[in-house]
Design a protein around this ligand. Sequence first.
Ligand SMILES: Nc1ncnc2c1ncn2[C@@H]1O[C@H](COP(=O)(O)OP(=O)(O)OP(=O)(O)O)[C@@H](O)[C@H]1O
Ligand SMILES: [Mg+2]
Length: 241
Amino acid sequence: MIIFKVENLVKYFGGLAAVNNVSFEVQKGEIFGLIGPNGSGKTTIFNLISSYFPVTSGRIYFKDQDITAFKTHKICKAGIGRTFQVVKPLGRLSVLDNVIAAAFARVQTKHEARDLALETLEFCGLAHRKEILAKSLPIGERKRLEITRAMATKPELLLLDETAAGLNPSELDTAIDLILKIQDRGVTIIIVEHIMKVIMTISDRIHAINFGQTIAHGSPEEVANDPAVIEAYLGEEYAHR
Ligand SMILES: Nc1ncnc2c1ncn2[C@@H]1O[C@H](COP(=O)(O)OP(=O)(O)OP(=O)(O)O)[C@@H](O)[C@H]1O
Ligand SMILES: [Mg+2]
């Protein structure tokens, strides 16, 4: 079942086509990888989906509803959560208060928000850090807090933008475990990631872009062996394995 799709998505910044006629469909429950070189338009696609910018043209559908013109808070309410490539926790608040602030996107009362935040911190493996100021977390846990905040909005579709960047090998493994655990909960995931170990291991399907345009899509193996992807992005080392 298709839960999400974009059709002929276009975004111009002045004369620059950052996203140029991109279409894809995401199946409910899958991990959908979005890859491409620096500046190819991945984050811009997330910003269009979450209505951080208006689209130049094209349409965005979530659960058969046209959400193209929805405002950011309505997108979140509808069930799409996201993380940011540059993590921006509320540094002077505790980890718990950061997650409570996010939980208010889903629930009304302080009590409910606290319960939801605590449960989400537990699920994401960050409960032991709840009293610490967000700004004093090391990068690995700051990335994890970002995922926790997105999960506290109870998304059905989660957009992860480079949540594995800057992690050491053991943190990478924990991050992969968490993402798979989120998928196990029934959440559909679109993941942007440069670390091939992550994207190739966990994605069910991958969509590759370059200069805002689709260059390949298919299984991780198909995409990793696609000549256009090797040329634009991967180099020979990932091919033919
Ligand atoms: N707010 C903006 N105003 C003007 N140009 C922008 C804006 N946001 C992005 N761009 C441009 O759009 C293009 C796509 O950028 P985007 O951030 O989407 O790339 P990306 O694929 O996420 O790259 P990276 O892998 O480095 O994160 C780039 O040329 C970028 O400079
Ligand atoms: Mg980006």
